[in-house]
Design a protein around this ligand. Structure first.
Ligand SMILES: [Zn+2]
Length: 376
């Protein structure tokens, strides 16, 4: 999540020009002019500088920096996201859908190119090609790449300053609210369908859903729960960002855990994982299998007679794994927990992130307002 989302950027409103060429006066374009499509963002070699290597090395150095930046990402997922962002930037700069990061002379980046890229990304959000979240994630990866290049002494201190200047700061715009919270009726229908699954899958998935909603657990956290980590009134696990988290077990969650433990005892797996793989109880549950089981139950509960595919009705009720966390947040807020307390419970660094999980109904809010007394 980018902290830049929604930042004040009033200066952008007056300069929302279409993508421009970023060719500076007297500078040598790195690309042959003939190759450029209209509106390309061109990275050009800056004036010769002692701190920079010869322009012929810019592509090679850029590629080295890209590889170093990707290697510095700690998880496969963030590596994938970083590569995705650099590819988006490459396509934007060369106005070529097949452009790759290796074709861009990254160490030549300057103020003009940076602002042009930012404006182009902003324009893409305005016409709905990408969300502000994607634009800001892309900018944050470009800032990251510049930091890496500075660390490798491939760019000057002035170029490094772009990271802190307005040239690459996040674009304004509200991220479209995604996902939803399950109603009580939907939760019951989903769990009923879960319990109807074959063999031990039924009791196991029912318990996993109860813990996902009741503990605001992500699917990775559900998968890594251990038997020992579900005792003494708490679920204990290592959450996102390698942070140790504890979630209280309440009076609805405990019976679900007990019921599953009874069934698990008959399977007697040697591993200490709380949940088992759907077809191999001697293995632990994977995040992917957990989600596959949820989808199967969701399709039984909310889908059609047809096999489940993208666009199926069941996705309108259970849109993604985070819907369980949204359900948790929405119900907790509805019962009077404040956003600061919820932030702690959900393990967020910022309550701006927590607020995104609030799926309380606007109609209900207006009704509440009608019943309040504001006027003396
Ligand atoms: Zn379906």
């Amino acid at each position: 999540m980018s902290g830049d989302v929604g930042a004040d950027d009033s200066d952008l409103e007056s300069t929302s020009t279409p993508v421009r060429k970023g060719v500076a006066q007297g500078a040598k374009p790195f690309q042959e002019p003939g190759e450029l499509a209209q509106g390309a963002v061109v990275l050009i070699a800056p004036e010769p500088s002692a701190a920079l290597l010869a322009p012929t090395n810019l592509l090679l150095d850029g590629e080295r920096a890209v590889q170093a930046y990707l290697r510095a990402q700690l998880s496969p997922r963030s590596r994938h996201n970083a590569l995705d962002a650099l590819r988006r930037l490459s396509r934007l700069m060369l106005t070529n859908q097949k452009a790759q990061p290796s074709q861009i002379p990254w160490p030549a980046i300057g103020f003009e190119q940076a602002t042009t890229i930012r404006t182009a990304l902003y324009e893409m959000t305005r016409v709905g090609l990408i969300t502000p979240g994607t634009a800001n994630l892309t900018l944050s990866h470009l800032r990251g790449l510049i930091r890496t290049m500075y660390g490798m002494r491939l760019v000057t201190a002035d170029q490094h300053e772009l990271v802190h200047s307005g040239a690459l700061k996040g674009v304004p715009g509200v991220r479209k609210s995604r996902g939803r919270a399950l109603s009580a009726t939907e939760e019951r229908a989903l769990r009923k369908a879960a319990r109807a699954l074959d063999g031990y899958q039924g009791a196991m998935l029912d318990t996993a859903i109860v813990l996902a909603i009741g503990g605001a657990l992500r699917r990775e956290e559900i998968a890594q729960l251990s038997v020992d980590g579900a005792t003494l009134g708490f679920l204990r696990f290592v959450g996102k960002g390698n942070k140790a988290r504890e979630a209280p077990i309440d009076a609805q969650m405990q019976p679900a855990i007990d019921a599953w433990l009874e069934e698990r005892a008959e399977l007697a797996p040697a591993h200490g994982g709380l949940f088992c793989s759907p077809h191999r109880p001697d293995r632990t549950l994977s995040p992917w299998s957990f989600w596959a089981l949820v989808r199967a139950a969701a399709h039984h509960a909310f889908g059609t007679q047809e096999p489940c595919e993208k666009g199926c009705e069941c996705f309108k009720v259970v849109t993604g794994p985070h819907d369980f966390r949204r359900t948790y947040a929405t119900r907790a807020l509805d019962q009077g927990i404040d956003i600061g307390q919820l932030r702690v419970l959900m393990g967020h660094a910022s309550s701006a992130t927590t607020a995104l999980y609030d799926k309380r109904d606007e109609e209900a809010l207006f009704e509440k307002r009608r019943n309040m007394r504001i006027i003396a």
